[in-house]
Ligand binder design. Structure first.
Ligand SMILES: [Cu+2]
Length: 149
């Protein structure tokens, strides 16, 4: 489905990945991949989810966006269109990030804190970044849960 897959070789990902099963101090890191479209072709980044008391705080750090452009991002549930590719599953929104705007260099960061139940299991299968002006345009997606159920 995604012939245009980008492999990111970030040392920090490996470092944080070492405790990815713990949801501990380092949190869990998910890597954004580019969807098969022409929007923001250099877009990339990561999402880091950290459990804090009874909440989960997730921070997106993204680059390669269109400079000074408004974006929206959400956690989505596993949808009906695929059970093995969350980013292609077309699921409903379960937790929305605050809307944000890229800086003059195309970088952006945004954090949402929410009830873990909203993104537990199939409820938090992937994170999408959309153009705020045209939500059907989704340059990048971070898979969180690879298999439905
Ligand atoms: Cu979305």
């Amino acid at each position: 489905m995604f012939g245009h897959k980008i492999v990111l070789g970030m040392a920090t990902t490996a470092l944080l990945g070492s405790c990815s099963m713990m949801m501990g101090m380092g949190g869990t890191t998910y890597t954004f991949k580019h969807n098969p479209n022409a929007a923001d072709p250099a877009a990339m980044g990561k999402a880091v989810a950290i459990r804090k008391d009874t909440m989960v705080s997730t921070t997106l750090t993204v680059s390669g966006l269109t400079p000074n452009k408004a974006y929206i991002a959400h956690y989505h549930a596993f949808g009906p269109a695929s059970s093995t590719d969350p980013c292609a599953s077309n699921g409903p929104v379960t937790l929305g990030f605050p809307s944000f705007t890229s800086d003059a260099s195309g970088n952006a960061s945004v954090t949402v804190s929410g009830d873990p139940a909203k993104i537990a299991g199939d409820m938090g299968a992937y994170i999408n970044v959309h153009y705020a002006s045209e939500p059907s345009v989704v340059p990048i997606c971070a898979p969180v849960k690879m298999t439905k159920g």
